[in-house]
Design a protein around this ligand. Structure first.
Ligand SMILES: [Zn+2]
Ligand SMILES: [Zn+2]
Length: 347
């Protein structure tokens, strides 16, 4: 009797949280493993998701060149078109757009009549440089929650390209350079994408972004024209230019090209706190996140129709608590460990 009660309450786990990350026992593969494994399904090429050393990688076709740029040309990687089904150990795997960066994917798993979706990083805001997020129906949703506290909610209609271009122009009129800090994969290309309709001259890019820009352009994504900072001659200095660089730039010798005349800005979701006085030491903050804000996290969970939700990068646990008030079975991802033999009986 007790046993029957327990098995009714606890659903079987298609994904387990292991020291190497999310593992699918039935298909013997990992999603975004933290170390080398035989079969790695990679949601996207950011370094906290794509790591070296695995024998076989799988990712969205539009993300293959980014993964190779990050992990090395010689990796063995199979690109999957969005929606294409791959079978591993009887598990049907398909990738669906996550709207985070080019080629970023949610992973849908179907096995024994159950559907799980692992979101990877995702956002719902428009972004001309990647495939738009697609809601995928499932029984169990494993969601990221980078901005999983209610304070992080931002306007969706901001014309960021225009805002950045105006800031650049205003500085240029004074002979001042505009230094915009942005991660070299994803954020830098999104800035170039939203600037594409506005920019009339080249944007200077850090060498770390140059090869990645090329990957985007090769996939037909329109980016503002760029010039690599490595093409500057020694001693050359800039006036009124826009530079897209990582934050380490100002501390390096390369910062000398600014001739001491510059303003700084940061493009990030963390700038959403700017409305409460937080600027983090930058002259300007552009609220540009590649993750879903609080409202979009909640909306997305509801759209999947999942009755059970596991939350990754869960911050202070606010999302888990909130989803429970909506009647969902919500847990931190640490609960993705089999607690009872019933949970493994599934396989
Ligand atoms: Zn990411
Ligand atoms: Zn991430």
């Amino acid at each position: 009797m007790l046993r029957a009660k327990l098995s009714a309450k606890v659903s079987p786990l298609m994904l387990e949280l292991t020291p190497k990350g999310l593992y699918c026992r039935a298909g013997n593969f990992y999603i975004d493993p933290s170390g080398a494994v035989d079969h790695a399904v990679v949601t996207h090429a950011h370094s906290d998701h794509a790591r070296r050393g695995s024998r076989q990688y799988y990712c969205a076709t539009s993300g293959v060149s980014l993964l190779k740029t990050r992990l090395g040309k010689n990796i063995t990687v199979r690109g999957l078109a969005f929606g294409e089904v791959l079978r591993l150990g009887g598990v049907e795997i398909s990738l669906h757009p996550a709207g985070h960066i080019l080629g970023s994917a949610q992973v849908r798993l179907e096995y024994a009549g159950q559907v799980w979706v692992a979101s990877g990083d995702y956002k719902r805001d428009p972004d001309p440089t990647c495939e738009p997020f697609e809601s995928v129906k499932c029984d169990v949703f494993v969601t990221e929650a980078t901005f999983g506290t209610p304070g992080y909610a931002w306007k969706k209609d901001a014309d960021l390209g225009k805002q950045i271009h105006t800031w650049w122009n205003t500085n240029a009129a004074r002979g001042v350079n505009s230094v915009l800090f942005a991660y070299s994969l994803g954020k830098a290309q999104r800035v170039l994408g939203v600037l594409h309709p506005h920019a009339t001259k080249e944007v200077y890019c850090h060498p770390a972004a140059t090869a990645l820009n090329d990957c985007y352009r090769a996939q037909g994504i329109n980016l503002a024209s760029t010039r690599c900072l490595s093409t500057l001659r020694v001693g050359e200095s800039l006036r009124g230019e826009l530079l897209l660089v990582p934050q380490s730039f100002l501390r390096s010798d390369q910062g000398q090209v600014l001739g001491g005349r510059y303003e700084t800005a940061f493009a990030s979701g963390w700038m959403a706190k700017g409305s409460h006085g937080f600027r983090g030491g930058y002259d300007r903050g552009f609220v540009m996140s590649d993750h879903a804000d609080w409202n979009d996290l909640v909306r997305t969970v509801i759209e999947t129709g999942a009755k059970t939700v596991y939350v990754q990068h869960r911050g202070n646990g606010a999302l888990v608590k909130h989803l429970r008030t909506l009647g969902l079975q919500a847990f931190p991802d640490t609960e993705l460990t089999p607690k009872q033999p019933d949970q493994l009986a599934f396989f």
